[in-house]
Design a protein around this ligand. Structure first.
Ligand code: AMP
Ligand code: FE
Ligand code: FE
Ligand code: ZN
Length: 286
């Protein structure tokens, strides 16, 4: 009888991509941990946009729920003129280099918010900046806060519509910023003991040919892995990404990209598991 030796580590239930009020999520870090615990999540990485503030706020709740919190972040970066998101995992969250890096991103985000507000006023819309900053609170300000403010002001019916008409790629609120290059973000993560994962590769509106060229540059810059499973990805795209990951020797990662309750198809810990034949980033982090 032949059987495959069991070299595959059995992973706990996990989620390596989600958001809180520290960026554009709706739940506080404590609420997010409670919801993840309800869903049976045992290992969680909170990956707010350009912020690690939630980690500290969630740690006591996670400990009480017997949940392991991994340091995580979703860094805004650029590949040429395109914006890409890099999920950083397993780094030293107290590193001074990280704090400085995130401070620069906070400045870029604040600056961008002012510019977006001005651009929208140029379209005869009211000044949304005060409402946007109120919505963002202590967290990183982002376009989703503008989407909420546009709905609250009665300009748009839904946040989706706000992106379609005002905030999405090529629209008036899509303000170009000098985000750090992908290689700079990866150097930062490696310098503080972490790994860098390309977030949601199918969400950049690239053909698979262009995506392979992005991944070639990503690998040259030291990239460690790619997300292959997240809400909204088609099963055939997941299979294609897993094939690419194996071929390019990249690790794989997965997470819900949860932002808020009430979306039936997005839940913490819920996504198709990656192919066990792929090298999972979590097995290097536990
Ligand atoms: P920012 O990092 O501030 O540019 O905002 C990016 C975030 O906006 C993403 O992480 C999503 O949460 C959200 N987002 C981007 N595009 C859309 C869209 N078309 N509809 C709804 N939300 C979107
Ligand atoms: Fe987001
Ligand atoms: Fe993202
Ligand atoms: Zn995200």
């Amino acid at each position: 009888m032949t059987y495959k030796p069991d070299l595959v580590m059995v992973l706990p239930k996990y989620d390596l991509h989600c958001h809180t009020t520290a960026s554009d999520g709706v739940l506080s870090p404590v609420e997010l941990v409670a919801r993840a615990a309800d869903q049976g999540v045992e290992v969680l990485a909170i990956t707010d946009h350009d912020s690690v503030a939630a980690l500290h706020q969630a740690s006591a709740a996670a400990q009480a729920a017997n949940m392991r919190l991994l340091p995580g972040v979703e860094l805004t970066a650029c590949w040429g003129s395109r914006v890409v998101h890099l999920v950083g995992l397993g780094f030293d969250p107290a590193a001074a280099a990280l704090q400085r890096y995130l401070e620069d991103l906070t400045e870029l985000r604040t600056d961008r918010a002012q510019r977006i507000a001005k651009k929208l006023m140029g379209r005869k819309l009211p000044d949304l900046l005060p409402a946007v900053l109120e919505l963002a609170g202590d967290g990183q300000v982002g376009r989703p806060h503008f989407a909420m403010a546009l709905v609250a002001a009665g300009v748009c019916e839904t946040e989706q519509q706000a992106f379609k008409n005002y905030l999405g790629t090529g629209k008036v609120g899509d303000v170009q910023m000098a985000w750090p290059a992908m290689s700079v973000a990866l150097d930062l993560l490696h310098g503080i003991g972490g790994v860098g994962i390309l977030a949601h590769p199918t969400k950049y509106r690239l053909t698979f040919t262009r995506l392979r060229s992005l991944l070639t540059d990503f690998i040259a810059a030291g990239g460690d892995g790619i997300e292959v499973s997240y809400s909204g990805i088609k099963p055939e795209h997941q299979r294609e990404l897993q094939k690419i990951a194996r071929k390019m020797d990249l690790m794989v990662s997965a997470g819900s990209d949860f932002h808020q309750p009430g979306k039936a198809w997005v839940e913490l810990g819920r996504f198709l598991p990656p192919d066990p034949e792929c090298r999972h980033v979590l097995s290097t982090l536990l």
